[in-house]
Design a protein around this ligand. Structure first.
Ligand SMILES: Cc1cc2nc3c(=O)[nH]c(=O)nc-3n(C[C@H](O)[C@H](O)[C@H](O)COP(=O)(O)OP(=O)(O)OC[C@H]3O[C@@H](n4cnc5c(N)ncnc54)[C@H](O)[C@@H]3O)c2cc1C
Ligand code: FES
Length: 319
C-alpha cells in the first residue's frame, strides 16, 4: 500500500516511493508502465493521451481520484533485480553499419548492476537527454554493457553518440527495466522472435543466454529479422552462427530489396510469420523494435490463437 497525492501521476508517485515499475516515455506512448485497475477512480493527467487500454491503466497519465487498487505487472524472473542509478563510462564506440553504432559501457568497479537478458536501461548524457536502450548481450564478467543505437536524423541522443561522444564520456544510467524476458516456466511447441532493425538487440541477448532448460521449453525456435535492405542487416553473419549453434531457424527479411539467388525473403516480418505459422495456440512470441510491427504482430497473433500471456513486446517507441 502506498500513500499518494492527487496532483502528480501514479507513476511518478510510485517511483518516488521506490516501487519497481518499468517506464520509458512518461507520456502514454510506450505502454511500459501499464498496470491493472482493479478498483477506484482515476482521471487523465493529459486528456489527449490514453488513460485506459481495456482494463489496463497508463500509470504515467493517471491521477488518483479515490482509493485505488492497482495490480502491477509481476514477473518472477526480474523480481530479484534492483533498479540502480549509477554513472557509467563509454568504453568503446564501434560502428556496425552506416546507421547503427555499438556502444560499450563500463560500469564502476563496485557496481552491483545486474540484469536479465531482454531488459533495457535509461541513459542520460551531459546535455540532459534521456533515452531507453535495450541491452544487446547477456551479463558479462567484465562489467561491460552493450547497446545498439540507430541513427535518427536530428535525433538528440543518437546525434550525440554519432557526432560528439568520445571514449570515457560519463553517462548516467538507470536500470535495468522491462519484462521482455524468457519465462522460467511453461513449455510451448514453438517460440518465435520477430525483430526489426536494432530490435535485434534484446532478442540476441535472450537467445544467446538461453539455458539448456529454457531451450527445452521453447520448442522449435524461429528468428525473423527485418531490415530495409541487406546492407542494414549488420549482424547477419553473427545471427547465422548463433542460429546454427542453437538450432534456430533464422530468416532475414528485407522490405525493400530482394537478393537474387539467396534464401532471403522480401516482405515484412509480421506478414511472413502470419503466413508461415497458421496456428499459434501453443506458441510464444517475442516482438521487438518498430512499434507498428509490434502492434500488428500482436493483433495477427491473437487472431491465430496465441494466448495473450504468451505475447512479449518491446516496442522501441520514440522518446
Ligand atoms: C524500451 C525501449 C527500448 C529501446 N531500445 C532501443 C535500442 O536498443 N536501440 C535504439 O536505437 N533505440 C532504442 N529505443 C529508442 C530510443 O529510446 C530513442 O527513442 C531513439 O534512439 C531516438 O532517440 P533520439 O534522441 O536520437 O531521437 P529524438 O530526438 O527522440 O527524435 C527525433 C525525431 O525522430 C523521430 N524518431 C525517434 N525515433 C525514431 C525511430 N526509431 N524511427 C523513426 N523516427 C524516429 C522522433 O519522433 C522525433 O521526431 C528504445 C525505446 C524504448 C522505449
Ligand atoms: S511510461 Fe507510461 S506509456 Fe510510456
Amino acid at each position: 500500500m502506498i500513500q499518494v497525492e492527487t496532483q502528480s501521476s501514479l507513476l511518478e508517485q510510485a517511483l518516488s516511493q521506490n516501487l519497481s515499475i518499468s517506464y520509458s516515455c512518461r507520456r502514454g506512448d510506450c505502454g511500459q508502465c501499464l498496470g491493472e485497475l482493479l478498483d477506484g477512480k482515476v482521471e487523465p493527467l493529459d486528456v489527449n493521451k490514453p488513460l485506459l487500454q481495456k482494463e489496463k491503466l497508463y500509470l504515467c497519465n493517471a491521477l488518483a481520484r479515490s482509493d485505488l487498487t492497482v495490480r502491477l505487472p509481476y514477473s518472477p524472473e526480474t523480481e530479484h533485480i534492483k533498479v540502480l542509478r549509477s554513472p557509467c563510462k563509454i568504453h568503446e564506440l564501434r560502428p556496425l553499419s552506416e546507421n547503427v553504432m555499438e556502444v560499450r559501457l563500463r560500469m564502476p568497479q563496485a557496481s552491483q548492476f545486474e540484469f536479465v537478458p531482454g531488459q533495457y536501461i535509461h541513459l542520460t548524457n551531459k546535455e540532459r537527454v534521456t533515452r531507453s536502450y535495450s541491452l544487446a548481450a547477456p551479463p558479462a564478467s567484465d562489467r561491460h554493457l552493450c547497446i545498439h543505437v540507430k541513427r535518427i536524423d536530428g535525433g538528440l541522443f543518437s546525434d550525440y553518440l554519432f557526432l560528439r561522444a568520445r571514449q570515457e564520456d560519463v553517462l548516467h544510467l538507470e536500470g535495468p527495466l522491462g519484462r521482455f524476458v524468457m519465462p522460467d516456466r511453461g513449455s510451448v511447441s514453438k517460440t518465435i522472435f520477430l525483430a526489426t532493425g536494432t530490435g535485434i538487440a534484446p532478442a540476441h541477448a535472450i537467445l544467446s543466454a538461453l539455458t539448456v532448460q529454457q531451450l527445452s521449453r521453447c520448442g522449435a525456435l524461429f528468428l525473423y529479422w527485418g531490415n530495409r535492405c541487406r546492407k542494414d542487416a549488420y549482424w547477419h553473419d553473427r545471427l547465422g552462427d548463433l542460429a546454427q549453434r542453437l538450432g534456430v531457424r533464422y530468416v532475414p527479411v528485407f522490405s525493400r530489396e530482394a537478393s537474387s539467388g539467396s534464401a532471403v525473403q522480401l516482405s515484412y516480418v509480421q506478414d511472413l510469420v502470419a503466413a508461415e505459422h497458421a496456428d499459434l495456440k501453443d506458441a510464444r512470441i517475442y516482438a521487438s523494435g518498430n512499434p507498428a510491427m509490434v502492434e500488428t504482430t500482436c493483433k495477427q497473433a491473437a487472431a491465430l490463437g496465441l494466448p495473450a500471456g504468451n505475447f512479449h513486446a518491446d516496442p522501441f517507441t520514440a522518446s
